[in-house]
Design a protein around this ligand. Sequence first.
Ligand SMILES: [Zn+2]
Length: 158
Amino acid sequence: MRCAVIGCKSDSRVKCASEVIKFFRFPKDKTLNKVYKKKCQRSDTFETKDARICSKHFTDEDYVRQMKYELLQLPCPKNTRKLKADAVPSLNLFKPSSCLSTCNNSDARTRRQQKREYSKIVKDLLNTERSSKKGSIFGDPISRTSEIVQQTTTSKIK
Ligand SMILES: [Zn+2]
């Protein structure tokens, strides 16, 4: 039995010497079940009735207090711990921190691409506007003449 949380390597077949890992069923409550499913961050759809979530994802506060042990001031055996009805996995969840930078990079890339596409569209628009106005795809002879005139006048001033 494996933990449903993505990136979690808890496996009931692999005994962990340092800590007792307990596997919990998904809650029957539909809303909470959805929350649990979301916390697993799985891209695939899976049957929550067969899935388990391990104790690594719950804080001490998520467990039902066992008065018997508390009163006797004994450490509560981890394998007998029960989750509170409203407990939600919050620890050791998959954080896409390693992929964040790449995501940002691709974001920047798309933004750059969009910018490029945008300027291309603007250029195209200007071109079509210019050609439609003058009815010719060639440069405007009048503006070119004025340009030459301007050039000659400036050179004359100089
Ligand atoms: Zn887990």
